[in-house]
Structure formats: structure tokens, C-alpha cells
Design a protein around this ligand. Structure first.
Ligand code: PEP
Ligand code: MG
Length: 568
């Protein structure tokens, strides 16, 4: 069985086939309208009480962020459009509550499902979850009890709702397989949070397995084996044991500085998208935040975030980090990140279009509001400001000029801020890497954004599946641009970091160390692994191999060289 691996790791256990009882709804004519409305009210109260319990339970086990979904569910049961729609149907059409719920929910669900925005589309699943709960309560239908799972089990389901994942016995669930969903679906996100291996997008999964059969899943490769041979079981037991041992080893580097085997210090930071992500960075002992993708503050609203809202978000993270650095990147929208309320024109090539700093230098109102919020927060920690998608020197100068104006304004208003906030740029366009010595004279630091740098260097849209094989971080041209940027930064006396995915790539970390990269910023879960790797790597030894690597003709040669001479 093969699907998309959405949460890494290996799970071995019995299949728990999870098929929700089908709820059949019939339309019935009702005489006692008042009685039916009261029955609906009772049902809603019971459903709300259930949701409240799920909220409390999730809050305790998984934290506020993950519990929030149940607040949203409760609000759906209080939403006047939804509830009045149901009541209206009961009163005006004289139908039973169940029918009215189904009709009203179906209408809203199809509305949501036809929206292009992935986030809003996901709300359809929440509404299904809420209305099914209400229907189950009214019809007295018992649901399958995921809390009763008492031996290591892999849940196989069409999809799992937030209620399902909150109710299940997390100590005994060792894997998920779902027919629906992808990397960003609710089940995948929860699986990664709970570190439960998961595979999504397995067509007909529920009809091709038997409850109680033995199964192994590999959430990294997306493979699953039903009733595997002794040999396969043995080899996966060994892999599982290795993973456990490695995790234990990683714990040993918590609290340590990141110093290579031959004594060179680098900084290992985390990337965050929302203020609450900082908790995972701290848990994994990050030495700072090398990239705060602030656009999420703009994307989860239907209007621009106010200065105050942004200030609170930046201050919260800055305070949690104390004197550890926090690099806040100014708004980077456009490309694949849309903000519908800005009504930006559709473009032929959004990745080459009106995005990030290009938009900010044009919409100075938006840019200044953000810079004011960042400067105000700078008093509460060690904040640095980073401009994305810089392509020429004039943009850097304009951005710095606007930042200076903001500082002047704050001074005039007697609003305090830190005077020494460093200003840096992302190096994610080849033109900047090639000409990086000139840029280095203008700024305090560079951070290599390899996600974009790769796509612009090899002319491969980073989101296009058809040509994804051509998107390759080991391409010698990409590595040359990285090396050139680090060298030029150092020539001008500034520090050079990296916040693209390559910073957490286990094969490239030693090479980047050898090239002299000063800061590596990555997803929180990669931090300890990377520290362990750096502690066991000698920088000088790799440094002597860098020229040879850069002279290799192909990406495959680079990978092979690293496997053979560095990682073995
Ligand atoms: C990058 O381009 O490498 C980067 C870190 O920015 P984003 O992925 O947000 O474009
Ligand atoms: Mg980028």
C-alpha cells in the first residue's frame, strides 16, 4: 500500500478500521413545531457540552493552538446564520430537526468546498464534523469509540476529524492511514504535532484492509505493509530501535552550544510562522529565530492586521526568546502566498511578480505599520529586521530609508525602541548572490533563502510537481551561489545565515559548515539533529573539500561525493 508520507516515523501494530456509522436522515413532517425546536435546543446543548469536554481535553494534552479548533466548533453551533437557517427550515417547512440540519449544513459545506482558498476549504470538514455530532446526538447514535483502543494500533479511515483525533487514545495509536488529505490537512498536522507516523491519500484504504490485521507503516516513504513477512518485521523493528536510540542520543546535546568537532561555533535557530510556533523552537533548544514569516499574521484575517496586533505578536516572541536573536522578516506575500483582501491583480508569473518588498515599497502605508510594530517590539528582546525578495541595491536603500523615517516618527512621538536593530536582506535571487559584495556594504547581515534561490537559479517553479525532479539543492550552480554569498558577506564583515530548507538538509549541513555559514535556521524538529551532526563534523576537514565539490559537474556527483567522503 502506498500513499503520501505526511508525518515521518515507523508504526507497527494492529489495524483499527475506523468507519463511522452511516447516519441516514429522512424527511419527516412535524406538527409540533415548538416541540421540535426545543428538541433541537436540547441536542445543541448536549453537543456543546461534548465539544467543551474535547476542548478541555485537547488543551491539557496538546496546548491552546490545537484546542482552538473546538472553540471554532462551538462557535459554529452559535453562529446565527447556521442555527437560524436550521430553525427557519423547521418552522417554515414543518420538517424534523435532523432534516433541517442536514439541508442547512450541506448548503454551507458546498459553499466552503468551492472556495479556492485551502484554509477556508478545510472549514467544510469542520462543519461536517459539527453537524454530524449534532445529528448523532439527536438520533442517539453511538460513534466508534477511539478512546477505547488499548493495544498498539494503526487507524485506517477515510479521514479523521478534529473530534476523532482529540478523542483517541494517543498512547496506543502508532499510525494513521487516510484515504483523503495531504500534507496540510488537519490529520497530517496533528500527526506531526503528536509525532505519530502518518500516510495520506491512500485510495480505497478502508476497503482494502481487515480490522485486526497486522500492519507496518513508514511515514517517511509513505509505504505500508499488511501482514508483512518475518523478514520485513525484523528489519522495521531494527529501524524503529535505531530511531529510538538516535532520539535518545539527541537529548544529550540539549543545553549545549553548537560547536563543530574542531571548535568552531555556529548558531542553530528555528523558523516560525506564528507566535505560538516559538514553543517548539524553545523545546528543541533553538538558539534564536532566524526567520519569522510574518505573512501568516496577514493571511489568517480578512483585513490587514493593526499595528497593535502585530506589536503584540512580535513582542510575545521577543520576550520568550530573551536575549536570543529574533529575525523578523517583513511581509512576503505574492508568489504562492495570497492575501485576497488586498485584491492584487492576477499575474502570469506570480513568482516573478508583484511580491514581498516590491509590494511594500509601493504600499508604504502597509510597510510602515509593520515597521512601527517591529521597532516598538524591539525594546523587549533582540530583534533584527530582514527584507525579502531584494533584487537590486536601490530597493535596499529605499527600505532602509523608510525604516529610518519610522524611527524618526517614533522618536518624535516619544515611543521607545532599540537603537541598534540590525537590518539585513534575504539572498534569494541569483542577481543578489552574484553581486553580493556590493549588497554586503549596505546591510548588517544576509540570510540565504534557498527555497527561492534554487527555483530562480534553475528556473523551476518550486510548487510545480511535473518538473520537481529538476528542483535540486545539490546543483553545483546553487552551491556556488551560496559559497559566493558567504565569502562576499565575510569580506565586508557581516554575518551570513540561511533560512531556506537547505539549512536543515543533513547532507548539506557539513558542506555549509565548511563554507563558513554562520547561522542555520530550520524547522524546530531538525535543530537537535543538526547540532548533533555539527558536533561530529570537523569544519576544517570539510573546508578543504569545498573546492572539489564546487567543481563537480552534476548534482548527482555532489550527492555521491558527500555520501562517500563526508557522511560515511
Ligand atoms: C526561502 O525562499 O528560502 C525562504 C526562506 O522564504 P519562503 O520559503 O518563505 O519563500
Ligand atoms: Mg523566499
Amino acid at each position: 500500500m502506498q500513499g503520501i508520507g505526511t508525518s515521518p516515523g515507523i508504526g507497527m501494530g494492529k489495524i483499527f478500521l475506523y468507519i463511522e456509522p452511516k447516519i441516514e436522515i429522512q424527511r419527516e413532517d412535524i406538527q409540533d413545531i415548538e416541540g421540535e425546536l426545543a428538541r433541537l435546543e436540547d441536542g445543541m446543548n448536549t453537543a456543546k457540552a461534548e465539544i467543551h469536554n474535547l476542548y478541555e481535553n485537547t488543551l491539557e494534552k496538546m496546548g491552546k493552538d490545537k484546542a482552538e479548533i473546538f472553540m471554532a466548533h462551538k462557535m459554529m453551533l452559535e453562529d446565527p446564520e447556521f442555527i437560524d437557517g436550521i430553525k427557519q427550515k423547521i418552522s417554515s417547512e414543518g420538517v424534523n430537526a435532523e432534516w433541517a440540519i442536514k439541508e442547512t449544513a450541506d448548503m454551507f459545506i458546498s459553499l466552503f468546498e468551492n472556495i479556492e482558498d485551502e484554509y477556508l476549504r478545510a472549514r467544510a470538514a469542520d462543519l461536517k464534523d459539527v453537524s454530524n455530532r449534532l445529528l448523532r446526538v439527536l438520533l442517539n447514535v453511538e460513534s466508534v469509540d477511539l478512546a477505547s483502543i488499548d493495544e498498539d494500533s494503526i487507524i485506517v479511515a477515510e479521514d479523521l476529524t478534529p473530534s476523532d483525533t482529540a478523542e483517541m487514545n494517543k498512547d496506543k495509536v502508532v499510525g494513521f492511514i487516510t484515504e483523503l488529505g495531504g500534507r496540510t490537512s488537519h490529520t497530517s498536522i496533528i500527526a506531526r504535532t503528536l509525532e505519530i507516523p502518518a500516510i495520506a491519500g491512500v485510495k480505497d484504504a478502508t476497503s482494502s484492509v481487515r480490522h485486526g490485521d497486522y500492519m507496518i507503516i513508514d511515514g517517511s516513504t509513505g509505504e505500508a505493509f499488511i501482514n508483512p513477512s518475518e523478514d520485513i518485521i525484523k528489519s522495521y523493528r531494527k529501524k524503529l530501535e535505531d530511531i529510538r536510540e538516535f532520539k535518545e542520543k539527541l537529548k544529550s546535546v540539549i543545553g549545549e552550544k553548537t560547536i563543530s568537532k574542531d571548535g568552531h561555533r555556529v548558531e542553530l535557530a528555528g523558523n516560525i510562522g506564528t507566535p505560538s510556533d516559538i514553543d517548539k523552537v524553545l523545546e528543541n533548544d533553538g538558539e534564536g529565530v532566524g526567520l519569522f514569516r510574518t505573512e501568516f499574521l496577514y493571511m489568517d484575517k480578512d483585513r490587514l492586521p493593526t499595528e497593535e496586533e502585530q506589536f503584540n505578536a512580535y513582542r510575545e516572541v521577543a520576550e520568550k526568546l530573551g536575549d536570543r536573536p529574533l529575525v523578523i522578516r517583513t511581509l512576503d506575500v505574492g508568489g504562492d502566498k495570497e492575501i485576497p483582501y488586498l485584491n492584487l491583480p492576477k499575474e502570469m508569473n506570480p513568482f516573478l511578480g508583484y511580491r514581498a518588498i516590491r509590494l511594500c515599497l509601493d504600499r508604504v502605508d502597509i510597510f510602515k505599520t509593520q515597521l512601527r510594530a517591529i521597532y516598538r517590539a524591539s525594546k523587549y528582546g533582540n530583534i533584527k529586521i530582514m527584507f525579502p525578495m531584494i533584487s537590486n541595491i536601490q530597493e535596499v536603500r529605499n527600505a532602509k530609508k523608510i525604516a529610518a523615517e519610522v524611527r524618526e516618527e517614533l522618536k518624535k512621538e516619544n515611543i521607545p525602541f532599540a537603537e541598534d536593530v540590525e537590518l539585513g536582506i534575504m539572498v534569494e535571487i541569483p542577481a543578489v548572490a552574484v553581486h553580493s559584495q556590493a549588497f554586503a556594504k549596505e546591510v548588517d547581515f544576509f540570510s540565504l533563502g534557498t527555497n527561492d534561490l534554487i527555483q530562480y537559479t534553475v528556473a523551476v517553479d518550486r510548487g510545480n510537481q511535473t518538473i520537481s525532479k529538476l528542483y535540486n539543492q545539490y546543483h553545483p550552480a546553487v552551491l556556488r551561489l551560496i559559497k559566493m554569498t558567504i565569502d562576499n558577506g565575510h569580506k565586508e564583515g557581516i554575518w551570513v545565515g540561511m533560512c531556506g530548507e537547505v539549512a536543515g538538509d543533513e547532507k548539506l549541513i557539513p558542506v555549509l559548515l565548511g563554507m563558513g555559514l554562520d547561522e542555520f535556521s530550520m524547522s524546530a524538529s531538525s535543530i537537535l539533529k543538526s547540532r548533533y551532526l555539527i558536533k561530529n563534523t570537523s569544519k576544517e576537514e570539510i573546508k578543504s573539500m569545498v573546492d572539489t565539490i564546487l567543481d563537480l559537474p552534476t548534482a548527482e556527483d555532489v550527492e555521491e561525493f558527500i555520501d562517500k567522503h563526508i557522511l560515511s
